[in-house]
Write a protein that binds this ligand. Sequence first.
Ligand code: NAP
Ligand code: ZN
Length: 352
Amino acid sequence: MYNAKAYAATSATSPLARTTIARRDLTEHDVQIEILFCGICHSDLHTVRNEWQEFMPTVYPCVPGHEIAGRVTKVGSAVSKFKPGDIGAVGCLVDSDGTCEHCKAGFEQFCPNGTFTYNSPDKHLEGVTFGGYSDSIVVDERFVLRVPSNLDLAATAPLLCAGITTYSPLRRAGVTKDKKVGVVGLGGLGHMGVKLADAMGAHVVVFSTSPNKKEDALRLGADEVVISRNADEMAKHAGSFDFILDTVSAQHDINAYLNLLAVDGRLTIVGAPPQPLGVAAFALIMGNRSFSGSSIGGIPETQEMLDFCGEHNITADVEVIPIQKVNEAYERLLKSDVKYRFSIDMASLRSE
Ligand code: NAP
Ligand code: ZN
């Protein structure tokens, strides 16, 4: 084992603070990565504050972070995909059994023996896994992704969660140029959803509670922007969407969006508010509409998404911050005040 620098929360109410954690020595299949950037996902905040305690309670200390980009510093003897000096990236998954039906199908996120990047039982060390708010991590090479060389690394880190979580449901919904696609919430996930749906050729409509994001939404690739608190603006789109992607992190009226779906339309929720949402049966029945969920994406699809982003020159719009500002960033996330993803420059931790 060796020591790594990290930021951790010690309880649901304490701020993230500097600590030292243990990382494992490399096994033959492992890659050691010097973390250069790590995005801040709203899931980090939900986890740090134990907001998902009913579904996945947080074990403290908690080191969040699952949008990791960095440089390979060491590789195990059996590693073939990476060598020291290469750029590598890690998302929400760091291990799985590789043998179950889901792993074989490339959906490692559903493996019953899978390991999430943080707050998951650690198969090598005691306790739970520690994420990317750290200067270093050790990951099985199967879970390390290649980054297209034309992409800026600080802005690429968020693709590892916000990118794949929006890419996967858009692809599954068959989004192409003739489709009308709604994206609800213009935050980290939402702004990636807009860029990706636009690159897939769709007619993209953003639903936002923040009037001051209108110009940005259009610049990011939206064709129209609806301020969702305005009932008249909402009504204009009734019954017209092929697909709506809901990325909202808090309680909201889901029926307002189900009613905007066309016949056979589908709304997929990726936002994960802790409280249940009240779905009106009639909003689904009238129009054979579907309401579904989507969980990140498997490793093959994550690589496909990164390659797609490389081809289309897509990265996140990031505000790069030093790790010392992470608690402030969390407060801003709660106020929907992020344009549109915080990316932590880990040089700030290295020099601490
Ligand atoms: P984020 O950057 O904070 O964005 C969330 C956006 O939702 C906000 O920018 C805001 O957009 C809107 N919003 C916030 N509070 C709202 C409210 N009370 N009513 C209506 N709209 C509201 O968060 P994120 O990192 O994109 O994550 C979004 C959610 O997805 C989180 O719950 C996260 O845990 C979840 N998530 C799920 C997966 C998955 O696999 N399914 C993966 C990653 C994240 P406007 O200002 O435009 O209204
Ligand atoms: Zn995430």
